[in-house]
Design a protein around this ligand. Sequence first.
Ligand code: UDP
Ligand code: MG
Length: 185
Amino acid sequence: MIEKTLVIIKPDGVKRSLTGEIITRFEKAGLKIIGMKMISLTKEFAKKHYPEDIIPRIGGKTLADWKEMGIKTEKDEKTIGRDAWNDLINYVTEGPVVAFVLEGVHAVEVVRKITGSTSPHKAQPGTVRGDYSHISMGYATYRGFGGRNLIHTSGSKEEAEQEIKLWFKKDELFKYKGVHDEHLV
Ligand code: UDP
Ligand code: MG
């Protein structure tokens, strides 16, 4: 049940000086930071993190938003998804990001809960996206820019495993006893 998960503070979070505030939220929940780095992504690396496979999913999210916003389109999920994906790659490479790995009980699910919904306009207050952003994915894609939602967090245990391998070498992750550990064992 003790899991590891990846968090990336995207360029908007770093530029808005929200790095500390965002890290604090996860630390206060008792999650342990076991690795951390600041890095400027190349387009090539960004595409490894966000492979083309996600195009239908992000197209679907945009379409759902557009439907609610009353925006009609002839374009299908894949076409819209490809535009959103291109915007996303530009967005995550527009400035440095801060990446870290968190460890804790049910860490993947807990971190997603603290993150909030993908589209900030749907993210609950008390979540990172809900408290510090407000736009919708539909709006961003309509205007032709990547949906700025401050952070990436792994969506599942499988995603977390793959992503941690991609972002961190083994010797960049640390084992140590935190004060919360006595309640975990
Ligand atoms: N995204 C976007 N438009 C969309 C859906 C997603 O720009 O309609 C971007 C957004 O930055 C999101 C990222 O693509 O965080 C990855 O999408 P995913 O579905 O994995 O959402 P997440 O796991 O980040 O909540
Ligand atoms: Mg995701």
